[in-house]
Design a protein around this ligand. Structure first.
Ligand SMILES: NC(=O)c1ccc[n+]([C@@H]2O[C@H](COP(=O)([O-])OP(=O)(O)OC[C@H]3O[C@@H](n4cnc5c(N)ncnc54)[C@H](OP(=O)(O)O)[C@@H]3O)[C@@H](O)[C@H]2O)c1
Length: 345
C-alpha cells in the first residue's frame, strides 16, 4: 500500500470547515492511503456534522485497506468504522451543537466516510448519545469491540447461561473484542478462560479477569467428533478451527456466540454438537443493530463495563500518519486491546 503523507500547517486546520483525513483510494488492483485535507463539502450527505475526537482501529478497517477486499464499497473512502466526538452542526431536532455522541456500524467507514478524519457527517438515525458519565475517550476504548462483547454476553445470558454452568471460553482474547469480553464476563461473575496466541500477555489477561489462560490450541487433538464438555459457553471472535473446536467442547445444551473471522471464515464441523448435545451456535451482527437497541445498549454500557480496566486495554494512541502501520499490526494479530486514533493529533 503506497503512503503519501501531506503535512498541513496548524493554521490551516484552524478553519473549522477544513480538516485532516486518512483517505483510501483504488487504482486497478492497488489500494493507496493518503493523509490529506478535506473540506466539509466533500463529506457525504447527512443531518449531523460531528467533530471527531477519537476513532479506533478495527480488524474490519484492516480488511478494507487490502487489495481485492469486499469490505470497502466506495473509493475514495475515509475508513474508520467507529467514532466519538461532539455535534458541530445539526439540521435534525434531536441533535444540538456540543452534544457528545458516538457512531458505529451501518455504512460508516465502508460505504460512507468514517472516523479517520477531523469531521464526519452522518444520518441522524446513526447517532448514539453518550451517557454523561462516559467520556468520549472511554467510550472509544470500549468502542465497537466492547459493544460486540456486550451483545455476546447478552446472547449467552438470554440463552440461559449462568456462572454455575462452568467457565466461559473467550477466543482471540488479547484482541479488541476478546479483551472486552474477558473484562465484561468476569465483571458479570463468570469464570473466564482466555485463549490467546500471545504467550507474553498472560498477565494482561489475568488482570482483565481471566482465571486461566490457554493457547490458541485449547483442546487435545484426540481425533474424536465430540470432545470433553469443557465450557459453560463460548465467546468466539476468531472463527475457523477455533469455532469448530468450541462447538465440539462446549457443554451439553451450551451456546457458542460467534462474531468474527480472524482465524478464517470457513467452518469445518459436524452436526453432532447440535443433534447429540443440543449446542446452540448464536451469530452476532453489530453492523445493522437497530438504532433503538444500539442506544439502549450504550445507555447500559457505563454501568455494565468495568471502566477501571479501560486504560489497561489501550495499546497505543496514534494520529492519522500512523494509521497505515496500525492497520498492518491489526492484520498481523499484533495488537493488545485497542489502538485509539486521534485525527487532530
Ligand atoms: N460480528 C460483528 O458484529 C463484529 C463486530 C466487531 C468485530 N467483529 C469481528 O471480530 C473479530 C475480532 O475483531 P477485533 O476488533 O477484536 O480484532 P483484533 O483486535 O484485531 O483482534 C483479533 C484477535 O484474534 C486473534 N487472532 C488473530 N489471528 C488469529 C488466527 N489466525 N488464529 C487465531 N486467533 C487469531 C488474536 O488474538 P490472540 O493473539 O489473543 O489469539 C487477535 O488479537 C474480527 O473478525 C472482526 O471483524 C465482528
Amino acid at each position: 500500500m503506497a503512503v503519501n503523507v501531506v503535512p498541513g500547517s496548524p493554521a490551516f486546520y484552524s478553519d473549522p470547515m477544513r480538516f485532516p483525513a486518512f483517505v483510501l483510494d483504488q487504482a486497478g488492483d492497488e489500494i493507496s492511503a493518503t493523509v490529506t485535507e478535506l473540506s466539509d463539502d466533500e463529506l457525504p450527505p447527512g443531518e449531523v456534522l460531528i467533530r471527531v475526537e477519537w476513532s479506533a482501529i478495527n480488524f474490519k478497517d484492516a480488511l478494507a485497506s487490502r487489495p481485492g477486499n469486499r469490505v470497502a464499497r466506495r473509493f475514495p473512502l475515509v475508513p474508520g468504522v467507529e467514532l466519538t466526538g461532539s455535534v458541530e452542526e445539526s439540521t435534525h431536532p434531536s441533535w444540538a451543537p456540543g452534544q457528545r455522541v458516538l457512531v458505529q456500524g451501518y455504512d460508516l467507514g465502508v460505504a460512507h466516510h468514517g472516523g479517520f478524519a477531523g469531521y464526519a457527517r452522518v444520518p441522524a438515525e446513526w447517532v448514539v448519545p453518550l451517557p454523561d458519565d462516559l467520556p468520549c475517550r472511554t467510550a472509544s476504548i470500549i468502542g465497537l469491540a466492547g459493544f460486540t462483547a456486550l451483545v455476546s454476553l447478552r446472547r449467552l445470558v438470554h440463552h440461559g447461561t449462568s456462572p454455575g454452568d462452568g467457565p466461559i471460553l473467550v477466543t482471540g482474547a488479547t484482541g479488541g473484542v476478546g479483551s472486552a469480553a474477558v473484562a465484561l464476563l468476569a465483571h458479570a461473575g463468570f469464570e473466564v478462560v482466555a485463549s490467546t496466541g500471545k504467550a507474553s500477555e498472560h498477565a494482561y489477561l489475568t488482570q482483565l479477569g481471566a482465571s486461566r489462560v490457554v493457547g490458541r490450541q485449547f483442546t487435545a487433538a484426540d481425533g474424536r467428533t465430540l470432545g470433553p464438555e469443557l465450557w459453560g459457553g463460548v465467546v468466539d471472535c476468531v472463527g475457523g478451527s477455533a469455532l469448530a473446536e468450541a462447538l465440539r467442547t462446549v457443554r451439553y445444551g451450551g451456546a457458542v456466540v460467534a462474531s468474527g473471522l480472524t482465524g478464517g471464515h470457513e467452518l469445518a464441523t459436524t452436526v453432532y454438537p447440535f443433534i447429540v448435545r443440543g449446542v446452540a451456535l448464536l451469530g452476532i451482527d453489530t453492523v445493522a443493530t437497530p438504532i433503538a437497541a444500539r442506544r439502549m445498549l450504550w445507555h447500559d454500557m457505563a454501568n455494565e463495563f468495568p471502566l477501571l480496566h479501560c486504560e489497561d486495554m489501550v495499546d497505543t494512541e496514534i494520529g492519522l500518519a500512523d494509521v497505515t502501520s496500525a492497520l498492518a499490526r491489526a492484520m498481523d494479530a499484533a495488537v493488545r486491546g485497542r489502538i485509539l486514533v486521534a485525527p487532530w493529533r
